[in-house]
Design a protein around this ligand. Structure first.
Ligand code: C5P
Length: 219
């Protein structure tokens, strides 16, 4: 693959869920499988790129020829993303389902049950992709928008607000696609264009997304 379109480029990808500790034995998380991010890592590798995959806890094997950095929380993922970008990054793809909030105070000891009701206070996590897009050495930055309604409108909002170069929008209210599925159907949006992809395997879709990134990047 020495002469692939991404030869000489470094690609950093976030994937999977994050786990936010409640106490030493419990956490808050989500059902992200990491499949789309792992497929993108393989597609970018096959296009000739040097790939670093920053992954939350998933049940997938490490793709060969890809540097895998395993993380747990959103703060760990942000730290790994900043470090990976410091080493030089041409394309940053944020496919991780980062927990929006984390428990604010994490006790050192296991919380014991007592009252009938208990409250866990949550605090907002930093936005990883927006932090990378705000850097002076901003890479070509790609985000995802998983929505259940007004998919395109919300995705356009995120493209603008997070200062992304491209966003991949998908309708997660559709049971056949999205979270945990082998397939996905998406609309990719950028400033001045869009392209829709019908339901297909995440592996094939990842190849098409990488091709779109290549054609939208500055030479
Ligand atoms: O705002 P929302 O979470 O829907 O945005 C989704 C996009 O932002 C995805 O690309 C996701 O990986 C990224 N994101 C992030 N850090 C967060 C929240 C979302 O990088 N804390």
């Amino acid at each position: 693959f020495c002469h692939g379109p991404l030869h000489g480029k470094r690609v950093v990808i976030t994937a999977g869920p994050t786990r936010e500790a409640i106490d030493p034995v419990r956490y808050v998380s989500n059902h992200s499988s990491g499949k789309m991010g792992y497929a993108l890592a393989v597609a970018a590798r096959d296009a000739g790129a040097t790939v670093e995959l920053i992954s939350g806890p998933v049940a997938l094997p490490a793709p060969s020829g890809v540097k895998l950095t395993s993380v747990s929380s959103a703060l760990d993922m942000l730290n790994a993303a900043e470090k990976a970008t410091d080493q030089g990054c041409d394309i940053f793809i944020a496919s991780a389902a980062v927990a929006d909030y984390r428990p604010e105070a994490v006790p050192e000891q296991k919380i014991k049950k007592s009252q009938r009701k208990m409250v866990i206070e949550l605090i907002k996590n930093p936005d990883i992709v927006a932090s990378i897009a705000a850097r002076p050495d901003k890479p070509f930055t790609v985000g995802f928008a998983a929505e259940t309604q007004d998919v395109i409108a919300y995705a356009e909002g995120k493209l603008k607000n997070k200062k992304l170069d491209m966003i991949v929008a998908n309708d997660v209210s559709d049971q056949r696609i999205g979270f945990n599925s082998e397939d996905n159907a998406v609309t990719v949006l950028w400033d001045g264009g869009s392209q829709s992809f019908s339901q297909q395997s995440k592996l094939i879709l990842a190849g098409s997304i990488v091709e779109l990134i290549v054609s939208n990047m500055q030479p």
